[in-house]
Design a protein around this ligand. Sequence first.
Ligand code: TXA
Ligand code: MG
Length: 347
Amino acid sequence: MITCFEKLDNNNTDEIINKAARILKKGGLVAFPTETVYGLGANGLNAEACRKIYEAKGRPSDNPLILHIGDIKQLYDIVVDIPDNAKKLIDSFWPGPMTGIFNKSNIVPSSVCGGLNTVAVRFPSNETAKKLILASGVPLAAPSANTSGKPSPTKAEHVQHDMNGKIDMIIDGGECDFGIESTIVDFTEKIPVILRPGAITKEMLENVVGKIVFDKAVYSLLSGGEKPKAPGMKYKHYAPEADIVLVNGSAENVVKKINSLLSEDFKNGLKSGVMCRESNLKLYNSKFVLSFGNSADTAGKVLFDNLRKFDDISINKVYSETFDESNVGMAVMNRLKKAAGYKIINV
Ligand code: TXA
Ligand code: MG
């Protein structure tokens, strides 16, 4: 299959959206930008079109997809009840990087939901995403547009790297604003449960509805028999080729520890890199140091791009600084821990 790559400019948006919508209506696959990461879209009410998503990504079939809507009216077609706390959070945060889990209606094929009775719904704020959903006339199923297990794509080039030849079209709308996937909130529980932290933080949600809890899988690796509520959280994720190790502690201790690990690796012939705050870039003795910017917000935006950059230069090991697990730091640390396979050195 030849994948058509279309870059948006000020004059061609409508033409490209119409072309993409025609492909989607025919059951094809189109990758498109959202404010979080690039999505791999298909007609979310067409089981056969969605099957192609699983094939292109190499995604396990029990891992359900998120349906993306472009108008709040579409929500009422695909879910059966909307609790009051969900309504309040929707008023505050949609369109935007929050996904809600609801009981699904009959028009949603169960294969799209990994066989569950619930469906994940998201109303993105990205203009291209909204226009594309409305032009297609149906909710679009869209997981992150990466090969299963790899870091999510935050630039169209990342999608091209993973999906070229496997999908019909890629719409290049530039770099994603947040760089980390949406916050997933399960509204089927009395007290809403965050299944995946994101840019809409627990603190922001609690400001609107009071108590919110994190699912256990957000904090830690579950033991053998335990099942996470978001099936996707049990799979290996965000894994670059290199071994990632998080080093956590006081700024001074972290720099000391990482530099001693770097010199040991160097002696052993390993190519090792570092991810750190902008202000610490010069403190590390490695040629391969990538910046997080200076806050958890900027770290979220560049994290997946950094992981892919280390792959491009075939790094063996990457040591990473950590962030405080509050606000967006919770989401950044969740992704970092998964990328590291929970390898953390406390100093
Ligand atoms: O920001 C995002 O959410 C991006 C963009 C493209 O919108 N999408 C995204 O989709 O991250 P994906 O498929 O990569 O991650 C969806 C996660 C998976 O962990 C999946 O298991 C979970 O959502 N999920 C989907 N439906 C669910 C359901 N009914 N119950 C529980 N978890 C669900
Ligand atoms: Mg994903």
